[in-house]
Design a protein. Structure first.
Ligand SMILES: Cc1cc2nc3c(=O)[nH]c(=O)nc-3n(C[C@H](O)[C@H](O)[C@H](O)COP(=O)(O)O)c2cc1C
Length: 180
């Protein structure tokens, strides 16, 4: 993928929303997955937490290449761990990841944003994060309303939870551990 040119994103329709499957992908990860990414958590624009109720931990640009060089913009699932100073935030958690240009917000560059399925007690900015990406959920889309984007992200979370419960996926959770 050429990460310097923003591609056109299809507009998400009601038909797409109604027809979304509750589980996606094969029974075990298939090439190009698993893909391991790591780097210190960066600040985004802060809209994830404020606008969408979905805080995201952004990876630095140079950490995205192992994924962006072999896949398309879209939503992915896997596991991630932040090397947090608080032991209560230090586990490996399921995650959903958006790799893309956030067409709804008209971003000017490609970003990788990870939403960990855990309510963090401490701030994770600047802490090291490691993620293992195991599968693809859907393409990146444009939306006519913020509510429609929020609804799709909530569906992404449910789909990721179901996908990751499969035993062959669970086995990969240790691959993103900082402290085994
Ligand atoms: C699971 C998930 C799916 C997303 N899907 C889309 C999408 O299809 N289209 C889009 O424009 N943005 C999508 N986003 C990105 C949000 O627009 C982005 O996280 C938000 O703008 C917050 O960015 P910020 O932290 O830089 O402020 C998605 C984010 C997540 C976590």
């Amino acid at each position: 993928m050429d990460s310097s040119v923003r591609p056109a994103a299809p507009l998400r329709t009601e038909t797409f929303r109604r027809s979304r499957p509750s589980i996606v992908g094969p029974d075990e990860p298939e090439a190009p997955f698993p893909i391991v990414l790591s780097g210190p958590v960066q600040h985004g624009f802060g809209r994830g937490g404020k606008d969408l109720g979905c805080p995201t931990a952004n990876l630095p640009d140079e950490s995205i290449t192992p994924l962006s060089s072999v896949t398309e913009p879209g939503v992915y699932y896997g596991f991630a761990q932040v090397d947090s100073c608080d032991p209560e935030d230090n586990e490996v958690y399921p995650m959903v990841m958006s790799l893309g240009w956030n067409p709804f917000y008209r971003n000017e560059r490609l970003t990788a944003e990870i939403h960990l399925l855990h309510r963090f007690k401490s701030d994770f900015y600047g802490r090291d994060m490691k993620a293992v990406v195991l599968g693809y959920i859907r393409p990146e889309l444009d939306y006519t309303s913020r509510e429609a984007l929020i609804e799709d992200i909530q569906t992404d979370i449910r789909v990721a939870e179901r996908c990751l419960r499969r035993p062959a996926y669970q086995r990969y959770s240790s691959e993103c551990q900082w402290t085994p």
